[in-house]
Design a protein around this ligand. Sequence first.
Ligand code: ZN
Length: 315
Amino acid sequence: MKGFKKSKRGGLFKGVSLILAIGVNCFTKFIGMRLHSFNITNFKIDGGAMFGVVPKILWEKHYPADENNFCNWSLRSLVIDTGDRVVLIDNGFGNKQSEKFFSRFHLNNYKGLEEGLAEGGYKPEDVTDMVLTHLHTDHCGGGVKTSKDGNGYEMTFPNARYIVSKDQWEWAVNPNMREKDTYLPENLHPMEESGQLHLIEEEREICPGVSLRLFNGHTRGQIIPFISYNGRTIVFAADLLPSTVHIPLPYIMSYDVMPLETLKEKELFLKEALDNGYVLFFQHDYYNECCNLQDTHKGIRAKDTFLLQQWLREI
Ligand SMILES: [Zn+2]
């Protein structure tokens, strides 16, 4: 993703930071919310695995593959700064594993987690809430790093609570054979041992403007964050909808543990998103960061695609 310049905290958002008026019990409270997105790295995954039962002849028209059938994917994170809290959503692969491990993912255009945060003017110590949509290795590995002496692990965000759904945590620490390879003990156990792990059992608002909802088709208890910004809703689509190309209902990843559940969840979510004018933020779409939706004779589809910062400047 292009379009960000290095800037001191606040500089990037000059002119786009908005004061939101929220009525609370007849009193008006003002909250300034800043959003900063960044792409930690791109990585390549087999196109067939990403598009499930859809034949290549169809998906390839919308999402190109190379000669090895690999497609390129982004790994975006999002910072939501409410003034009181600095919420980070997902933190990529991290860099604890071996070269051999990373060679499976063909990382390219690597920026890094801390570098991406720094572009928005943030340090790891600033993060108060580390929301992990789920615990697959590309979503949570950056939260734990190798300790300075090289003998153990330490938390990347020492002042943050690490928010995970209870369902996902239990699913990850007792993994099924299908997902076992992506739930890495070194990503999980230090979180618990640090005392920073914070499990949520149901959908809830974690701070003004940031609500977490739960979905089960991709994996049990995936958190999908809904962000209220100036009266509009931005949805961090994570692996519910990895890209614009996954919007048509049959386009479901082979990775999903309950594809029929994904189908139902997508159908309901897309209708809600269309009816309420939500903006979808894509973590994995190499070509598009955000879109809004339209109803067509074929079903709900992407309408306009844009960068988050572009949208923030225009509303
Ligand atoms: Zn996943």
